[in-house]
Design a protein around this ligand. Structure first.
Ligand code: Z5A
Length: 223
């Protein structure tokens, strides 16, 4: 059995991760690939309960340390019960956020030590890393405006704009550190153009194209 591929979608709030996850799933299925769509925090019964606790903005204040550990507790369940079994069966896993989000939100947003995140990443994931990460990037105010059209804010969405600026910077740093794995997609363009850029990247992963794609990990492309 050939192991499946692990693809993650990342980016600040409202950049279009959920919208494009559905698009990628359809595209892969058209190429006869069996896909498992999941998300973090979440993806199992227990991990979804942890997600509810993390997003609830009416509960007691969650310390930064507790938040970080809850992210990795949910992730440990998710990897053991969903991600690893699916990959071992040859399925492709499409995940809405993964550990790059921890570097961005807990590292960039909450200012937690990167070495602590790295330590937890190695403990919980072993050698598991995404094969491809699509980082949807847009100026913070665009993502916030899109996301807030939905109404009520969760615990993260209630953060200040400066928090999301730090998150965005940390994501872009991840893209600079891992240019082979993380492909930057400009998300402040019409959805059809975003999806064309995504298709270019996915085609390369599928071995359907070796051309240079319009997505680029270079920071010069942002704003
Ligand atoms: N979190 C963390 O802190 N640490 C971690 O390790 C992990 C997560 C894993 C929950 O995530 C929170 O967990 C998250 C970080 C934290 N909090 N925040 N913020 P989430 O993924 O569930 O929450 P989210 O980022 O807020 O998701 P979202 O708001 O649903 O955004 P999205 O999925 O990226 O966007 P969308 O729903 O696809 O699109 C939003 C709207 O924009 C929608 O109306 C679309 O139709 C529209 N859209 C999308 N693309 C376009 C384009 N190109 N043009 C115009 N309109 C568009």
């Amino acid at each position: 059995m050939i192991r499946g591929k692990f693809i993650t979608l990342e980016g600040g709030e409202g950049v279009g991760k959920t919208t494009n996850l559905a698009f990628i799933k359809d595209y892969l299925e058209q190429h006869n690939i069996s896909v498992v769509v999941t998300r973090e925090p979440g993806g199992t019964v227990l991990a979804e309960k942890i997600r509810q606790l993390l997003l609830d903005n009416k509960s007691e204040a969650i310390s930064d340390q507790a938040e970080l550990l809850m992210m990795f507790a949910a992730r440990a369940q998710h990897i053991k019960h969903v991600i690893e079994p699916a990959l071992a069966k040859g399925k492709w896993v499409l995940c809405d956020r993964f550990t790059d989000a921890t570097y961005a939100y807990q590292g960039g947003g909450r200012n937690m030590k990167i070495s602590t995140i790295e330590w937890l990443e190695n403990l919980v994931q072993g050698a598991l890393r995404p094969d491809l990460t699509l980082l949807l990037d847009a100026p913070v105010e665009i993502g916030i405006a899109r996301a807030r059209e939905r109404g009520a804010f969760d615990r993260f969405e209630s953060e200040r704009v400066s928090f999301f600026e730090n998150v965005r910077r940390a994501y872009l740093l991840q893209a600079e550190l891992y240019p082979e794995r993380i492909k930057l997609i400009k998300a402040n363009q019409p959805l059809a153009d975003v999806q064309r850029a995504i298709t270019d990247v996915i085609r390369i992963l599928l071995g359907l194209s070796s051309l240079n794609c319009s997505a680029s990990p270079r920071l010069g492309n942002v704003k």
